[in-house]
Design a protein around this ligand. Structure first.
Ligand SMILES: C[S@@+](CC[C@H](N)C(=O)[O-])C[C@H]1O[C@@H](n2cnc3c(N)ncnc32)[C@H](O)[C@@H]1O
Length: 280
């Protein structure tokens, strides 16, 4: 039984990091014209209402994307501008944000004619909303099945390049191990693929199981970025992490610079570290 609903958390500080990584990877990969097969293994419903009851109940977006939006004048780089422009496109430029795009929408913004997006979602209601959003969008298909198993079935893709976002809710205890095992098997099928893996940082540090399994395995060239809240809450996430397998050349410096620009207390109030978990 799936109980997680991303509408309660959309636009929080972890989404900012995750979607910054995704957009930067897409933009850097698209410097070359060859086609990219994109996969979103845990897609959610593509768009979220920040003024709705679910978002208001947790207020997570207020400490995340709304702060980024208010301090957008200080985020003066092309890499941040790509994020700001997309937020503005869904909202207008004045006042607080009312809508926040989910990962399929961020992918879709950058999808070219030669690229494709396969989005997996298991939750019945989220899957239905996602299917409605995707219907009629060329190059986009929705699979309402397990995203980790589905990904493996679709690899290797027919396009020459691969970009995968793995963004589970980690509701299931074995998910850290399952993600590590899926990465190992996916990488064996497509060694040049770019894999983006999100994980929460909780007080008990269960994400160390994921990082440990990957660092002891065969996958090479894994960048790790962690952002830690300077004023963590008593319960819940104290930070957020992203693993990036096979990042484009120069990706690490650009991502580090993005998070540094957003780190002060007026903005996200975070401390970011960007380092290699596994070297080449
Ligand atoms: C963290 S949310 C995804 C957020 C989305 N990637 C974004 O960035 O906007 C995780 C999603 O995975 C879905 N989910 C949970 N288990 C799944 C599974 N085994 N396969 C596919 N989707 C799953 C949940 O219903 C939820 O919508």
């Amino acid at each position: 039984m799936l109980s997680y609903l991303h509408a309660f958390h959309a636009g929080n500080f972890a989404d900012i990091q995750k979607h910054s990584v995704l957009v930067l990877a897409l933009r850097m990969m698209q410097a070359k014209p060859s086609a990219i097969a994109c996969f979103d293994t845990h897609a959610g419903s593509a768009g979220y209402d920040l003024a709705g009851d679910r978002a208001m109940k947790t207020g997570e977006a207020n400490a995340g994307v709304q702060k980024v939006w208010r301090c957008r004048e200080q985020l003066q780089s092309d890499d941040w501008q790509a994020i700001i422009d997309e937020l503005a496109a869904g909202n207008g430029r004045c006042g607080d944000l009312e809508r926040y795009p989910g990962s399929p929408r961020w992918f879709s913004r950058y999808l070219r004619e030669q690229d494709s997006l396969t989005a997996f979602e298991l939750h019945p209601a989220e899957g239905e909303t996602l299917s409605q959003w995707a219907s009629g969008r060329s190059g986009t298909r929705v699979c309402r099945e397990d995203g980790l198993q589905g990904l493996l079935r679709h690899l290797p893709p027919r396009q020459p390049r691969l970009l995968v976002l793995i963004d589970p809710s980690y509701e299931v205890k074995t998910e850290y191990e399952d993600v590590a095992e899926t990465l190992k098997r996916a990488w064996q099928k497509c060694r040049h693929g770019v894999f983006l893996i999100w994980y929460p940082i909780l007080a008990g540090r269960p994400h160390e199981r994921l990082k440990g399994a990957i660092s002891e395995g065969t996958v090479r060239k894994v960048l790790c970025q962690e952002i830690m809240l300077n004023q963590p809450p008593e319960r819940g996430m104290v930070g957020s992490g992203m693993l990036v397998v096979n990042p484009p050349w120069g990706f690490d410096a650009r991502l580090a610079s993005m998070m540094e620009a957003a780190s002060d207390s007026e903005c996200l109030g975070i401390t970011a570290t960007t380092d290699w978990l596994v070297q080449e």
